[in-house]
Design a protein around this ligand. Structure first.
Ligand SMILES: [Zn+2]
Ligand SMILES: [Zn+2]
Length: 155
């Protein structure tokens, strides 16, 4: 019992090393037995049951050993894989909301707060000029722009 406990303790380095070897061997034996049982199916349909069951059990043991033996590796692998994806997603959401904030507030009338069409030049409600024409190059900038989008001159 104590031997079993040691062997199947996933925190035990030695046990994991054993499982890393035993696991794949069991998988190979299991696959082999199942393939063998299918190959002999036409000659001896009754004869496939025992190798098939043995193969299935072997595969399960192999999967279990690989799972325990490689758990630490799998976990660190998935962690390193997950982190950039989560970061990308967070960045994407942050960018999206920043973008929608920008779009949403881009044509709010500075005088009355009315939401106007994105390309509107004057407020629908009070007629306030919504574009900031650059004195240097004549480019129409957003009303709240501080610098010209074309030449960079302070507005
Ligand atoms: Zn207005
Ligand atoms: Zn300009």
């Amino acid at each position: 019992m104590s031997y079993k406990k040691t062997l199947f303790n996933p925190k035990n380095e030695k046990a994991r090393k054993v499982m890393k070897i035993v696991g794949p061997i069991c998988m190979v034996i299991g696959f082999g037995l199942i393939i063998f049982s299918f190959m002999t199916f036409f000659n001896n349909p009754q004869g496939i049951i025992i190798p098939f069951i043995l193969g299935g059990v072997s595969l399960m043991i192999g999967t279990y050993c690989i799972n325990l033996g490689f758990r630490k590796n799998i976990r660190s692998y998935t962690a390193s894989q997950d982190a950039p994806i989560i970061k990308d997603t967070v960045d994407y959401i942050a960018n999206e909301s920043a973008l929608s904030n920008l779009v949403g507030s881009s044509n709010i009338c500075p005088k009355c707060g009315e939401h106007n069409e994105e390309d509107a030049k004057f407020c629908d409600k009070c007629g306030t000029k919504l574009v900031n024409v650059c004195p240097n190059c004549g480019t129409e900038n957003k009303a709240d722009a501080k610098f010209c989008s074309n030449c960079g001159k302070e507005l």
